[in-house]
Write a protein that binds this ligand. Structure first.
Ligand code: T3D
Length: 270
């Protein structure tokens, strides 16, 4: 991993830049509340493939303007009378499934900085990130039921795990807006902060994670995700194996040295 400074890409539907080891990917179709069209999918895929090469140690995913992301661009989904609509299964296989898995498996912490409404797959994409921080004016909407669709982008997997079945069913069958503060109170997201403090809070979080022991954090994510499928014995085995690996890492040596020298650690992420 090399320190990342000054990478910037010219995309049309997203903004992507890396500076000081922090990658920032901003969905940028504000007039459509940053809903996904084919170009945005393609550019996001491209940017996510670059993040590691560009040497980032944390990714911040956000939206331009007043929304975070309104899911699929419904302008691309109009069905003429008598015609057969798009194959949504194909769209999920090609676009949303790889996107959610890419966010989930990036070898660095991923922050969803939810600046405004996150609806449909836009909500799922936020929930796929490691830490979701939202502005107080933001809201989370399971919009699918208003279209006769099933929640996708992993929503039916994330929601019951995060908020339990009763709330998952209520949110998805009714499609009401869940305000950011309530989302935090329910444990759907990490934090809700006042709008005036949002940008600063995101920057502080990103800066903190950019100097954190990256590999240790990634193994932590993997262990916590695996816990849903594991027995206690299997989980203890996984923790043992990760701890063995991390015990031989530069970051562990640095952490111990910094502790004994009573100074802040300088982690390399390895
Ligand atoms: O299709 C597949 O590939 C399968 C996968 C599907 C995944 C999905 O995400 S399905 C769910 C799609 N998303 C939605 O159903 C959400 C639709 N949007 C809304 O319900 C509302 O816009 C919000 C609750 C998100 C926000 O409401 P509000 O009142 O703050 O904003 P607004 O006025 O409704 O929207 C502002 C503009 O953005 C508006 O355009 P206009 O009238 O000013 O020209 C609106 O049409 C546009 N917009 C919002 N969401 C979408 C959108 N345009 C296209 N697609 C959208 N999803």
């Amino acid at each position: 991993m090399t320190a990342a400074t000054g990478v910037k890409m010219n995309y049309s539907s997203i903004k992507y830049a890396v500076a000081d080891d922090i990658a920032r990917l901003t969905l940028s179709r504000p007039e459509r509340l940053n809903s996904f069209n084919a170009a945005m999918h393609e550019e996001t895929r491209d940017a996510l493939a670059r993040v590691v090469i560009d040497g980032a140690r944390v990714l911040v995913l956000s939206g331009a303007g007043r929304g975070f992301c309104a899911g699929q661009d419904l302008g691309d989904r109009a069905v003429a009378p008598g015609a057969r609509g798009a194959d949504l299964g194909e769209s999920i296989e090609r676009n949303y499934k790889p996107l959610v898995l890419a966010l989930r498996n990036l070898p660095m912490p991923v922050i969803a900085a939810v600046n405004g409404v996150a609806a449909g797959a836009g909500c799922s994409i936020a929930l796929a990130c490691d830490i979701v921080i939202a502005a107080r004016s933001a809201a989370f909407v399971q919009a699918f039921c208003r279209l006769g669709l099933v929640p996708d982008g992993g929503a039916t997997w994330f929601l019951p795990r995060l908020v339990g079945n009763a709330r998952a069913i209520g949110l998805t069958m009714l499609g009401d807006k869940l305000p950011a503060q309530q989302a935090a109170d329910w444990g759907l997201i990490w934090r809700c902060v006042d709008d005036a403090e949002f940008v600063q809070a995101v920057e502080k979080l990103a800066a903190e994670l950019a100097v954190a022991p990256t590999t240790g954090l990634v193994r932590t994510r993997q262990a916590i995700q695996a816990a849903w499928q594991h027995s206690l014995t299997e989980q203890l085995d996984m923790e043992r194996d990760f701890q063995r690996e991390l015990g031989w890492s530069s970051d562990f040596a640095e952490g111990v040295a910094a502790f004994s020298e009573k100074r802040p650690p300088r982690f390399s992420g390895r």
